[in-house]
Write a protein that binds this ligand. Structure first.
Ligand code: MD3
Ligand code: FE
Length: 192
């Protein structure tokens, strides 16, 4: 479900991203095959998504700093819970992690499915901040022509049921006349 403009006060969320990334810096993770991802990432919450030559997984400590990931900011947890509720997934969505993706000019994410979590009955909430980008929805197969949806800052997507396992991708952020445009995506998951 697309909740257009559901994240009304993006200033609070952007400030929270600054706090999180001050404690756990954005970094370009490497795929298990050794290629750096074009989006820079960090996490907050009880665990954080991580990738290196050992594979994709959730880590309780940030391997970069050796410290626990920063606490999930209240503004994040409240928005995630309200979003899941508005989309019909109940009042009690309690994500234990938020992956923060930062897309600078030209950065993108290829088609994949989110499959490193334990319980696929839990929804995923994703929030766009900063620049807009085109989201690509493939569904059950990675092939064919995807449905394209333009995501604007403040847009929230909630994925549950059959859609939870669908293939998806996102294009690079739209650039303004000055060539500026950085998109931040928050992805809330119950991973453990
Ligand atoms: C559909 N992020 O972090 S958001 C990801 O824009 C990811 O940063 C993209 O895909 C981004 O895994 C896409 C939309 C999204 C997020 C999670 C999903 C779509 C999803 C999980 C299941 C199905
Ligand atoms: Fe994903």
């Amino acid at each position: 479900m697309l909740l257009h403009g559901f994240a009304a006060s993006t200033d609070d969320l952007n400030a929270a991203v600054e706090l999180v990334s001050a404690a756990a810096p954005f970094r370009h993770l490497k795929t298990p095959g050794g290629r750096p991802m074009s989006a820079a990432m960090t996490s907050c919450g009880a665990c954080g998504w991580y990738s290196d030559s050992s594979g994709y997984r959730y880590e309780p400590l940030d391997p970069l700093t050796g410290r626990p990931w920063p606490l999930m900011p209240d503004a994040f947890a409240v928005l995630a819970r309200r979003s899941a509720s508005a989309a019909g997934f109940g009042e009690f969505f309690a994500p234990d992690t938020c992956l923060v993706n930062r897309y600078e000019s030209g950065a993108r994410m290829g088609a994949h499915r989110d499959a490193d979590e334990r319980d696929f009955s839990q929804p995923i909430v994703s929030v766009t901040l900063g620049a807009a980008a085109t989201f690509l929805w493939y569904g059950t197969r990675r092939s064919g022509s995807p449905t394209r949806v333009r995501l604007e800052p403040g847009d929230v997507l909630v994925w549950g049921g059959a859609a939870r396992k669908g293939y998806h991708a996102v294009g690079s952020p739209e650039q303004d006349l000055f060539g500026a445009g950085v998109r931040i995506n928050l992805t809330f998951r119950k991973a453990l």
